[in-house]
Every structure is written in structure tokens, then in C-alpha cells.
Design a protein around this ligand. Sequence first.
Ligand code: C2E
Ligand code: CA
Ligand code: CA
Ligand code: CA
Length: 279
Amino acid sequence: AKQSGRNDYRFFTPEMQTHSDRVMRLDSALRKALAREEFHLMYQPQIEIATGRIIGAETLLRWQHPDLGQISPAEFIPIAEDNGQILPIGEWVLKTAARQTRQWLQDRDHAFLIAVNLSAIQFRQPNLPQRVLEILHETGLPPEHLELELTERIAMDDPVTAIEIISTLRKQGVRLSIDDFGTGYSSLSLLKRFQVYKLKIDQSFVRDMTEDPEDRAIVHTIITMAHSLGLTTIAEGVENAEQLALLQEMGCEESQGYFTGRPMSADSFGELLQAQFGA
Ligand code: C2E
Ligand code: CA
Ligand code: CA
Ligand code: CA
């Protein structure tokens, strides 16, 4: 308990009691969730705007708790980071997505990238590049088909380490992209030293860009800056045709959002891919 004064007694409200009860419950449930097979993955299409073709998918983790129902990753990932479970869970995500992608590709040489989110805790593991390569080897997915997403915050938090890890993975053929771009504090010079190939424009800017001139200016600036560094851009949270048209006009290459494809099961995504790749 905090010792700093009387006010602390009033600080702890019944709502917080309920909140901390839930966190404790999720914390203990998370430790068993992998063994109980309560996780599954959804895949959200990433589209090349000029052609409408699927060029990749982002892997999104889902947790179905037997009593509490579906729990958002925004809620449980921070808890899994605190209790360390994010490491085995993160490896499971990578392994499952890699195995699934290999099955979709069937050893054919399609241009397709499977994107997997990396947590700050995973990123700080000194053996991360080695584990990634081991998992790729185990699942048989060529490294050229994997893309790891690192948020701008994580990358900028420790840029020296980020530069080194990104470069190690890059040499093995694995690509890195910067997630939630625009919400952190990137410097141009650092961005240039990161050997990333893609910026993911944060959905908070895309959401209002058709009405809000400032958000539109931010999106435009990110695209221009990315291109000047030789990077590709993908807009997240694209929900309507108007946003997509504006993005295309600004030179954004790719789209990920409800308008161009919702997160879907592996089976549904496989059918979409099958239709595009042909028999
Ligand atoms: P994120 O990486 O920024 O993922 C994009 C989020 O936006 C996903 O939420 C996705 O379902 C949602 N989204 C996609 N299109 C649209 C749209 O058009 N409109 C709106 N409003 N939302 C859209 P989700 O699946 O709830 O994931 C939330 C966050 O949880 C992710 O944000 C990511 O930070 C984290 N996360 C998800 N899966 C994993 C994972 O396997 N590992 C780690 N470390 N984090 C994960
Ligand atoms: Ca992401
Ligand atoms: Ca994002
Ligand atoms: Ca705004």
C-alpha cells in the first residue's frame, strides 16, 4: 500500500477494487490459457491500393475465456507482459502464423507477407533473432514471407538496440515495419538508420483525415517522408471509399482496414487467397 498520506484511503475506490479483481483474475487465467487452447488467430488482409490485390495479412491474437468470453488484446497483452506470459504466447503466435502461411503458400512463389506483432518484452530478449529463425526453420516458412511489426514507441525507446536487432533480422531475410507510426517521436535521422521497409500510418490519423485538415496534413507528411527515405506506406483503419481514394491520391501504397477486409478466420482468409492465387 502507498504510504504518502491520508488521501490514499479515498484514492482506492470500489471501481478500482473491481478493476484490480479483474486484472488478478485475468493474470491467473492467462497462465493456463495456452495449455487450455483458448487462443486463436485472426488474419486481416493488407491490400495493394492500385490493384486491389492481397499482398499480406496482419496476424491478430484472440483470447476466448470460457466464462469471461472474448477478451480484447488491448486488455490482456499488457497483463501478459507484466506476468511474462507474453513470451510463450508470442512464440505460439509466430509459430501458428508461420505454419498457416506455409500451408497457404504451398511452396509456391507468391508475393505474400505475413505480419506478426512484437511486444516490447519479446523485443528485449537478446535471443529474439535466433528464436525467430528457429521457428521459421521448424515451420518451413521462408524468412522472405515474414514481416515483424514493431511500434514506433518500442523502436524509439531504445534505438541503438532496435537498429541492431532490425539489422540482424534483415540480414536473414526477415522484414520489419514500424507500427502506429505518427504516435511516437521518431527522428528522421534515426528512421533512416533503421533498416525497416514500411511505415504503418496510425489509424487515429486515418480515421478523421477526410474531415480534419490537420490529420490529412499529418498523413500526407508521413507518406512524403517515407518516400524520401525509400520506404513503403500502409494506412491502418481504412473504413470507407473516401479515405481510400484520398490515400491513393497522396501516394499511399497499401491499405488495411474494415473497408478493404475485416480480420477473419484462417479458413476464410485461405479461401480469399485461393481465389486470388488460382488453383
Ligand atoms: P494494432 O497492431 O494496431 O492492430 C490493429 C487493430 O486495429 C486491431 O485491433 C484491428 O482489429 C483493428 N482494426 C483493423 N481495421 C480497423 C478499422 O478499419 N477500424 C477500426 N476501428 N479498427 C480496425 P485488435 O485486434 O483488437 O488488436 C489491438 C492491439 O492488440 C493491436 O493493435 C496490437 O497492438 C495488439 N495485438 C494484437 N495481436 C497481437 C499479438 O499477437 N501480439 C502482440 N504483442 N500484440 C498484439
Ligand atoms: Ca500491428
Ligand atoms: Ca497499429
Ligand atoms: Ca483528430
